[in-house]
Design a protein around this ligand. Structure first.
Ligand SMILES: [Zn+2]
Length: 79
């Protein structure tokens, strides 16, 4: 009964640590995260973990990535 996806998600959500990232902290760092800026491994891990457990922030990331792709010139234009 532990292979139930809902149980797996519940155990993921229960895996909170003292330094668990919340949505506010995520929002503060998400720009650097999608920008490819160098972040400490610990911060990256927290961001990735929060993105996994928080659909709202996951959507936030997807929107930023799309905005970046629209705003930046294509590097391999071949011109
Ligand atoms: Zn969040």
């Amino acid at each position: 009964m532990s292979s139930n996806p809902a149980d797996i998600l519940a155990s993921l959500l229960a895996m909170t640590r003292d330094d668990e990232m919340d949505c506010d902290s995520f929002a503060e760092r998400v720009a650097a995260y999608v920008d490819g800026s160098e972040l400490p491994q610990e911060v990256l891990a927290l961001l990735e973990h929060h993105q996994l457990i928080c659909p709202e922030c996951e959507e936030h990331v997807q929107r930023l990535v799309m905005a970046l792709q629209l705003a930046l010139p294509v590097r391999n234009a071949g011109c």
